[in-house]
Design a protein around this ligand. Structure first.
Ligand SMILES: [Zn+2]
Length: 282
């Protein structure tokens, strides 16, 4: 199995994800304190760790505490803090995104799970059918409406991402909002009535104007920003010239495999697919 960050295989061996929300102990827990785009961590001699022990901040009533795991004999509890809450003494606010290299993979994966489950709780708090407050389904992250009995589960959005090869070159794209000079793979959300392979083919056509074939599944990665499943493929160029819309996509080019531009984070499936291709794994 491929061990990508944010997948459960990157969790510490003694980490146990609960099957539904657990009880909160404000005196003794590991804390996932999310604030804006940061996570609050303890730093000792350059090593980052989750705060543990008593809850070091006082979130407002509107910010529920969510216990989602047990680890090292203690609950693991997440909360999204108000942006203006002062960072408690002894903690540092670390940027929480896939490009962050200081946070170890296992800690990043724990915090990602907490973030994704908090997002799921927010998105399923109200019944999508009748608008009533939902209650928890037992032993599940799902919710049930007490009025109409509709059940809701954590929303996870599949995205196809595809490495496109042709004669020793890779087809990479650049979105206008990305850091200057950074390129990555064609990717996009699954649409209604579409297989993931069809999604990869459509996204390649829409983002680059190019037609692809031999679309082959490689692996997938949970992506808690906020709740995607990235499904990775490789494909061959089949035809067409590069055309970009200049709006959603700023640039698309064929790059020689031995002369690639600035690439995405080593934690991303995009980078995994590129690195695997360079090492001739496929
Ligand atoms: Zn309902």
């Amino acid at each position: 199995m491929i061990n990508l960050p944010f997948n459960r295989s990157s969790l510490p061996p003694d980490f146990k994800l609960l099957s539904g929300p657990g009880s909160v102990d404000k005196e003794a827990a590991h804390w996932i304190l999310l604030q804006g785009g940061t996570v609050l961590l303890r730093e000792t001699a350059g090593n980052l760790a989750l705060p543990c022990g008593p809850l070091p901040v006082q979130p407002s009533e509107a910010r529920p505490l969510l216990t989602f795991a047990n680890w090292q004999g203690m609950p693991v509890t997440a909360v999204q803090l108000e942006v203006l809450t002062a960072v408690p003494e002894g903690l540092v606010a670390e940027p929480f995104n896939a490009f962050q290299e200081r946070i170890p993979d296992s800690l990043m994966t724990i915090a990602g799970l907490g973030k994704q489950l908090l997002h799921a709780e927010r998105m399923t708090r109200l019944c999508p059918r009748c608008g009533a407050n939902t209650g928890s389904l037992s032993d599940s992250w799902g919710k049930v409406c007490p009025g109409c009995r509709h059940e809701s589960y954590p929303p996870i959005h599949p995205c196809a991402i595809v490495l496109i090869k042709h004669n020793g070159k890779l087809l990479l794209i650049r979105k206008p909002e990305w850091a200057q000079g950074r390129f990555s793979l064609v990717a996009g959300f699954l649409d209604v009535g579409e297989s993931l392979e069809e999604c990869a083919i459509r996204e390649a056509r829409e983002e680059t104007g190019v037609t692809i074939c031999n679309v082959r599944y490689i692996t997938s990665q949970a992506w808690p920003f906020p709740s995607q499943l990235m499904v990775g493929f490789t494909a061959e160029y089949a035809g067409g010239d590069i055309v970009v819309d200049g709006n959603e996509i700023a640039d698309a080019r064929w790059f020689d495999m031995d002369n690639l531009p600035d690439l995405p984070s080593r934690r991303s499936i995009a980078r995994f697919l590129i690195d695997s291709c360079l090492s001739k794994s496929f």
